[in-house]
Design a protein around this ligand. Structure first.
Ligand SMILES: [Zn+2]
Length: 290
């Protein structure tokens, strides 16, 4: 296995395919490795957690185009895992979320008139980058050209037209983005709103919401997950299906201590009952991937 970034994966809309594989490509490789290891290990089976984690982050930004691209990348991953389940009887796929984010609504009141029942998906298809990537580009331009307001506004205009596909922007939009060029979070929010408003998509919050989330299951014993469930039911289903003895594992973990070194990127586990003989290394280059 490998890591392709020191932090989050790039948003799929911003991803350079030459540098970073897709979530589905990584998942496909992980399944291949785990299946081979399982066969070698008396066919004990395995558990794989795949997180489409940046769906949540795009929703925190209320960035609808990036959000849609992340969901599509997750859908591609589900297709890969579903095929794996088809090819490997006795396997089960479960897909769910720990919460909704943003309170996304496929409806938006954009004037005082009674609204038409529609939204405009084609607005999202014109967007070429995430709002935060564009916000960072504007900030970078400002840093390189600190006193040239006219050039900054020209750059902002090019981004709105070329990267967002928005032609009906206003002077107010240009002024806001140019005068807040140093504030990336504010730009991220403003750019996301420019797209959401035009697509007529509503957002209720920049945080998480309390709506029920979807639950999908496919493969062996998936019928047991039909209907409404508490989130803890999923864990119970998995441990029952894999015949795990969680009490034994919990006891084992209680006797171990997790040690974080450097910037939290290197972790090791050691037995708490053994005497502690460890040196802290605060060197900046103490990164270790695993
Ligand atoms: Zn979140």
């Amino acid at each position: 296995m490998d890591l392709f970034n020191l932090d989050h994966m790039e948003y799929n809309i911003d991803r350079n395919p030459a540098v970073e594989p897709t979530l589905s490509e990584m998942s496909s490789k992980a399944l291949e490795i785990l299946k081979a290891a399982s066969i070698k290990n008396d066919d004990k089976g395995f558990f794989l957690l795949i997180e489409g984690s940046r769906i949540d982050m795009a929703a925190h930004s209320n960035d609808p185009a990036t959000h849609a691209h992340e969901i599509l990348a997750y859908q591609d991953t589900i297709a890969v895992v579903k095929k794996f389940v088809d090819d490997n009887p006795g396997t089960v796929l479960i897909s769910t979320s720990d919460h909704e984010t943003g309170g996304l609504s496929v409806a938006r009141q954009v004037s005082t008139a009674y609204p038409e029942y529609l939204w405009y998906p084609e607005i999202l298809t014109k967007v070429q980058n995430s709002s935060i990537a564009l916000a960072l580009a504007i900030q970078k331009f400002l840093t390189k050209n600190p006193r040239n307001v006219a050039e900054l506004k020209k750059f902002v205009k090019e981004i709105i037209v070329n990267n967002l596909g928005i032609e009906d922007f206003t002077e107010e939009d240009l002024n806001y983005l140019a005068s807040n060029a140093a504030k990336t979070n504010d730009l991220d929010t403003y750019i996301s709103q420019m797209v959401s408003q035009r697509a007529q998509l509503g957002w209720a919050t920049h945080g998480h919401s309390a709506v029920d989330v979807n639950l999908y299951a496919y493969g062996a014993q998936s019928h047991l997950l039909k209907g409404n469930h508490e989130n803890t039911d999923i864990g119970t289903f998995i441990s029952d299906y894999l015949e795990l003895d969680l009490e034994v594992v919990t006891e084992k973990l209680k006797n171990q201590r997790v040690i974080e070194e450097g910037f939290g990127l290197r972790k090791s586990i050691e037995d708490a009952s053994k005497p502690q003989k460890r040196k802290r290394n605060h060197s900046k280059n103490n990164y270790e991937h695993f």
